[in-house]
Design a protein around this ligand. Structure first.
Ligand code: SF4
Length: 969
């Protein structure tokens, strides 16, 4: 009986296989040998191992090496009269949709479902995968009935007709001359005699298989039984030696029993190997693991036979940034969806989904596109002119409306920013617009979608120039997108079906999500970065396994809405347990061959909607448990300073986050600039309010003249709305100026008409839709009604009245000025009115009427710490600066008799909120208006010009301060 040969998992499988071939070379024609591996990568390593063997006679023809899928495919091609073609996923989904429609038309269970292509596609994709798996497992499914309530209606309908769908699908595939890898395996498993005859004496070696699907196993078994194929496993030697077999090798034990086979050792187990060194790091997140990994790698004496294993391929890019400067080979399937290229494509798709269909797009999406690094790196000659040009595009987008056309921007050419001629820059920008906007506009078929994607790829390749030589991962992703996704879109039977944009983008996203970019190591030397699957059959002396959490090792499959796990068992498909066993074998096989293992895992809180804690992998648990058994001690995470601790917790010293809003140190240059501004621009009430509320904020705004980045106000421009209300009230009262007004005289309809006209005129600038404008008008109308009702008898004397006076402070003549919304004449004198569309503060006059406080002010030296404390006290007291300053400005000319001022609370009841309470005597009022206002303003300005710093006065107002960023550093 042909035994199954076992290379102990502590030995190197590739070396053992090379040894065998070298030993056989003198007596066998190796070119008549075919070696079949589970996947492609071991073949590369075997070729390299044979090339390095000095004891192999040269020249010679090497054995033929194939991955299992390729082997089965070639067998089928040889045995078929007309070799079938492998169908793409979209072809299969299209075929299945036809099958399901046929069943629905016959009055079946699909009749009640919304059988549109859009509704079917997600189910079709899952159904195609399920039928593929059923074929590979040789299962001819029965209909699964009575699933009502157990699965979703679509799943219920599909599973209820599964037998019929499977039969019609296979017939359809056959009729079209299509196949899949699963159907190939099934077809071959039904023709074992023919396979055997077709091999024509060729010698076969099946190297390193574990957990084959039943159809594949049937083919291999027959060739092992009847054709003398050699079966080599890399597994627990106990299968050959006897004794307890390690649990991850149980699948091999099952095969031995099922095949009635005997296992023999291909080579001896290494005698007394040095005990494996194991170190564990527990980090809070990926960063802390990378920090530990970086230090581990830096301490290595060499990087030969060293592998960094990433169970989660998403960690590849961060890991690349932490590797030492040595030769590194990447060997893994990287999800295309995680690449920068896929992000660019996603940005374009979102842009078109949120667009209005008439060539206008959401401003945020336009900014996201203009910031895409892959667009900004496009070249004209050797220059990348879009880098600076798109900053100016972004500024334009921010200052425009919520929905805008990319053609609105006239491309402001600045010769100081680039060496490229204007025409060249315009041509490049136009190509970007064509590739990202025009090509994706109005798509109706998958072929057009594929052509749009191909156009984008073409632009990136042509205009990317030398950049692709540095962006290696992105370059591979570009190739994959172009050579795999585009043909799938343009070449399937669905390519010319008409679909809406939603379905086209859904299909494109589905293809991107399923695509893996395969990185192959070449040459094989140096440090290797591999995915878990890519480690199969390879052996490394040193292993670094990153992110070894339960989510990654063994990893959980996402729930399948079509076929939940319990139903998989009903169909005879493997469940989670079998999948976990495969992962366990991969892990332990890899581990057994290493001399030094460093396992890093995350134990911190995972951010996200379902925030949870990462759990270390069950395999790590087992390794720690083995350690505890060997040492008789519990293994707990220890600080890194405990040198010989087996499990170290990576932590960073965390200091309490203190509020860090340092004051601005006033240099002579700053002081001079402030003095210049005061002299040139004067002082307004709102500037004084800023200085009093937070000197740091006032410095940013009033001295540096910093303005917050302009942005499109998506929920309406409040400042513009406030201006509109002021303008409407001015226009409303203008004809009544100088007249005595009683409440009954005010024409409500005229005011509303002015407001409605103003809203209509400003609708675009306010970013208001028709609905928004109608709602805003209704609310404004109600408030204006309240305002009219609350207006007392009065005479309107001035509207938007500009008043000013001079103040001498700190050796400067400073102009105090401001614009008063309205000046009325009342019984006791003139009344200053200020319309307030926001919230009105109470108690603004309390501090002004406090004589003791002003006595302290007079006693303080400007610039002193006492002065700073006193001003802070005034700010905290809620002292209002604006209204008393207006009163002072009004009184300063001598033409007016200012008596009081009031906020008009338009946001609430429309009533006036007087500044001075009724009990304030006229003398006290005059004292405030004529003496205390100039005293306080003069004191404040002198203090600012003498102070050594402008403090940050933090409080609740910081929440809506525009300068939080620079303030907090
Ligand atoms: S964040 Fe607060 S403390 Fe800083 S400048 Fe703005 S208001 Fe002042």
């Amino acid at each position: 009986m042909n035994p199954v040969r076992i290379v102990p998992w502590t030995a190197d499988f590739i070396t053992a296989l090379a040894d065998r071939l070298v030993a056989e070379a003198p007596r066998l024609d190796l070119s008549r040998t075919r070696i079949v591996f589970p996947h492609n990568r071991p073949a590369r390593h075997l070729r390299a191992a044979l090339a390095a063997r000095a004891d192999l006679t040269r020249p010679m023809l090497l054995p033929r090496m194939q991955a299992l899928d390729e082997f089965l495919r070639s067998l089928r091609q040889n045995l078929s009269e007309t070799p079938p073609r492998r169908a793409g996923k979209l072809d299969r989904i299209g075929l299945l949709h036809g099958v399901v429609r046929g069943l629905g038309l016959a009055g079946g269970p699909f009749a009640k479902l919304n059988d549109t292509a859009r509704a079917f596609f997600p189910w079709g994709a899952r159904l195609a995968s399920l039928l593929e798996e059923l074929a590979r497992h040789g299962v001819s499914p029965q209909d699964l009935e009575h699933l009502e309530g157990a699965v979703l209606p679509w799943a219920e309908a599909l599973l209820g007709q599964l037998g019929g769908i499977d039969a019609a699908y296979k017939a359809g595939m056959l009729e079209r001359g299509w196949t899949t890898s699963g159907l190939d395996a099934l077809w071959l498993s039904e023709r074992l005699d023919e396979i055997e005859a077709s091999l024509d004496g060729e010698r076969l070696i099946f190297a390193g298989f574990h957990a084959l699907a039943p159809t594949e196993e049937a083919v291999l078994r027959r060739l092992w039984e009847r054709s003398g194929a050699l079966v080599l496993w890399h597994t627990d030697p106990a299968l050959a030696l006897g004794g307890e077999v390690a649990w991850p090798a149980r699948e091999h034990a099952r095969v031995l029993r099922s095949w009635h086979a005997k296992a023999v050792l291909e080579r001896e187990t290494p005698k007394n190997p040095a005990p494996q060194v194991r170190r564990f790091y527990e980090g809070f997140d990926l960063h802390s693991q990378l920090y530990a990994l970086q230090r581990e790698l830096a301490a290595l004496p060499d990087t030969q036979s060293t592998a960094i294993v990433l169970p989660d391929p998403g960690a590849l890019i961060p890991v690349m940034h932490h590797l030492p400067a040595v030769d590194v080979n990447i060997s893994m399937g990287y999800p295309l969806q995680r690449s920068g290229l896929a992000q660019l494509l996603e940005t374009i798709l979102v842009l078109h989904e949120n667009g209005d269909g008439a060539g206008r797009f959401l401003w945020r999406d336009l900014i996201a596109l203009s910031r895409q690094p892959l667009l900004r790196m496009l070249r004209a000659g050797v220059d990348t002119p879009l880098r600076s040009a798109y900053q100016s595009w972004e500024r334009h987008i921010r200052s425009s409306s919520a929905l805008q056309s990319p053609h609105e921007w006239a491309l402001a050419f600045d010769p100081d920013e680039t060496n490229v001629a204007e025409e060249e820059l315009r041509t490049l920008h136009q190509e970007v617009l064509d590739a990202c906007f025009t090509s994706f506009q109005g798509l109706r078929t998958l072929r057009q979608t594929g052509q749009a994607v191909a156009g984008l790829c073409d632009l990136l390749r042509r205009r990317g120039g030398q950049a692709w030589q540095h962006l290696l991962i992105d370059a591979e992703c570009l190739l994959r997108l172009w050579q795999s996704v585009v043909p799938e879109l343009t070449g399937s039977i669905l390519a010319d079906e008409e679909y809406d944009q939603g379905l086209l983008f859904l299909i494109l996203r589905h293809l991107l999500e399923a695509e893996r970019v395969s990185f192959e190591p070449e040459p094989l030397a140096g440090m290797q970065v591999l995915g878990m699957l890519e480690t199969r059959l390879l052996r490394f002396r040193r292993l670094f396994i990153l992110d070894a959490t339960e989510d990654n090792l063994p990893g959980a499959s996402a729930p399948d809405p079509l076929l939940p796990d319990p139903l998989r068992l009903a169909l005879g498909l493997p469940g989670a347990r079998e999948r976990d066993n495969v992962a366990a074998h991969n892990f332990y096989r890899l581990l057994m061959g290493a001399q030094e293992v460093c396992v890093l895992y995350q134990a911190g809180v995972r951010p996200g909607a379902l925030e949870g804690k990462s759990v270390r992998s069950r395999y790590v648990e087992q390794l720690l448990w083995e350690l505890e058994r060997a040492t008789g001690k519990l293994v707990k995470p220890q600080p890194e300073c405990v040198i010989d601790a087996p499990l170290k917790a990576v932590s960073f010293p965390v200091a309490a986050i203190l509020p860090n809003r340092p004051a601005i140190r006033v240099t002579p240059e700053i002081r001079q600039k402030l003095a210049d501004r005061l002299r040139d621009k004067g002082v307004t009430p709102s500037a004084l309010e800023d200085w009093l509320a937070c000197p740091k904020k006032a410095f940013y705004r009033r001295v540096l003249n910093l303005r917050p980045m302009q942005e499109v106000a998506e929920d309406g421009d409040r400042a513009l709305f406030g201006e509109l209300v002021h303008r409407v009230l001015r226009d409303f009262f203008s004809p009544l100026r100088g007249q005595v007004i009683t409440p009954g005289m005010l024409d409500e309809a005229a005011l509303f008409a002015l407001m409605e006209a103003g809203l209509a005129e400003q609708a675009e600038a306010l970013n208001l839709t028709y609905d928004g404008r109608v709602a805003l008008f209704a609310a404004t109308r109600e408030r204006l009604q309240r305002f009219l009702r609350a207006t007392p008898a009065t005479s309107v004397m001035e509207l938007e009245y500009v008043a000013e006076t001079q103040l001498h402070a700190a050796g400067l003549d400073i102009r105090l000025h401001g614009q008063i919304d309205r000046v009325d004449l009342r019984e006791t004198g003139h009344m200053v009115l200020d319309y307030k569309t926001g919230t009105v503060k109470d108690g603004g006059s309390v501090a002004w009427l406090d004589a003791e406080l002003f006595a302290r002010l007079a006693a303080c030296a400007p610039g002193s710490p006492d002065a700073a404390t006193l001003l802070a006290e005034l700010a905290d007291s809620g002292l209002d600066v604006q209204l008393p300053m207006y009163l002072h400005l009004l009184g300063a000319s001598g033409d007016w008799r200012p008596d009081n001022a009031a906020w008009v609370a338009l946001k609430s009841d429309g009533a006036e909120r007087p500044f001075f309470p009724v009990e304030a005597e006229p003398k006290e009022r005059a004292q405030v208006i004529q003496k205390r206002v100039p005293a306080l303003v003069g004191f404040l300005l002198e203090h600012l010009l003498a102070a050594s710093e402008f403090p940050a006065r933090s409080g609740r107002h910081c929440d809506w301060c525009d300068y939080q960023g620079p303030c907090c550093g």
